[in-house]
Design a protein around this ligand. Structure first.
Ligand SMILES: [Zn+2]
Length: 137
């Protein structure tokens, strides 16, 4: 079974790899800076619904708000250092650098692409970050 730390790191690593780096930004704004979801939505440039989905995912995986705050603070620099693999091409379409192919423009699809096709990379990055965080304590 995955630990709480692993679950949250894995989730944010997938979002980051999928080119959804704003998920970490949402987490930082909400759990560290105490901004409201509507303020975050306009600042980050995504819908309030998308903001709430990120917040809920992290809160549910963390088990409590206090744990989420501690986790987001600790893992932020590590997740920020992960280089996204899904990037927006010149034509505006999402492109996977590793597969060398265009993928469906739907955000959820980019997330699923990373989960399905790059599971090993997700697992490796997640254990590297979890390992680094545990050694730091
Ligand atoms: Zn790919």
């Amino acid at each position: 079974m995955r630990s709480v730390l692993e679950e949250v790191v894995r989730y944010l690593v997938i979002e980051r790899l999928a080119g959804r780096s704003w998920a970490l930004e949402v987490a930082v704004e909400y759990f560290i800076r105490n901004s409201s979801p509507s303020r975050i939505a306009s600042k980050v440039g995504v819908s309030k619904y998308a903001v709430k989905r990120v917040i809920d995912s992290i809160r549910v995986k963390s088990g409590s708000h206090a744990v989420a705050v501690a986790l987001v603070k600790a893992l932020r620099p590590y997740v920020e250092s992960v280089r996204p693999i899904v990037v927006v091409s010149d034509g505006g379409r999402p492109y996977c650098r590793l597969c060398g192919c265009y993928i469906n423009a739907d955000h959820q699809y980019a997330y699923q692409h990373v989960v399905w096709k790059h599971r090993d990379l997700v697992s490796r990055l997640t254990s590297e970050i979890v390992g680094a965080l545990l050694r730091r304590r």
